[in-house]
Ligand binder design. Structure first.
Ligand SMILES: [Cu+2]
Length: 161
């Protein structure tokens, strides 16, 4: 009986030791991008779908950036092959009017998250090279100051109010 208990405690001790050693918390940001989706958009003008941006067709991409690391990072750029340009934007209310403006960088705090969502931060796709229809998927590349480039799969969804 005692012997069984001793072995049990030894196993417990060893597994705690292994758990402690196996997960060395490397300092730095640990970035994950979750739930990426885009609203539908159509190439060219006057197709009823995407919003117009100086006559160009657009769409917007939304996602959540999670940083489980112990140091901050920053989102500093975005690349997409479905559009001529991709920019980081934020939407601000001026009275009753929602205005979008480009932002050069978005800070991602240590052990924090930043949500890109309708009427807030978003990635603007300007000058679509192909139609984005509900159910389509494509990839964007997010460029982080410290974590480098992260490829993110995006699915096109109808915007729910
Ligand atoms: Cu925008």
């Amino acid at each position: 009986m005692d012997r069984v208990r001793w072995i049990g405690q030894a196993v417990l001790f060893l597994s705690l030791l292994v758990a402690a050693c196996a997960a060395p918390a490397a300092p730095g940001p640990r970035i994950q991008v979750q739930n990426a989706w885009a609203r539908p958009g159509a190439m060219g003008m006057g197709q009823g779908h995407g919003m117009s941006h100086g006559g160009e067709s657009t769409s917007a991409v939304y996602f959540v950036v999670v940083n489980e690391g112990d140091q901050p990072d920053a989102l500093i750029g975005v690349i997409s092959d479905v559009a001529e340009r991709a920019e980081l934007h934020e939407t601000k209310m001026e009275g009753d009017v929602a205005k979008m403006q480009p932002v050069p960088r978005v800070e991602i705090p240590a052990r924090g998250k930043v949500e890109f969502r309708p009427r807030g931060l978003h990635v603007m796709l300007i000058g679509l090279k192909r139609d984005l229809q509900v159910g389509d998927t494509f990839t964007i590349t997010l460029r982080f100051e410290r974590s480098g480039e992260i490829q993110v799969p995006v699915s096109v969804k109808e915007m729910t109010p």
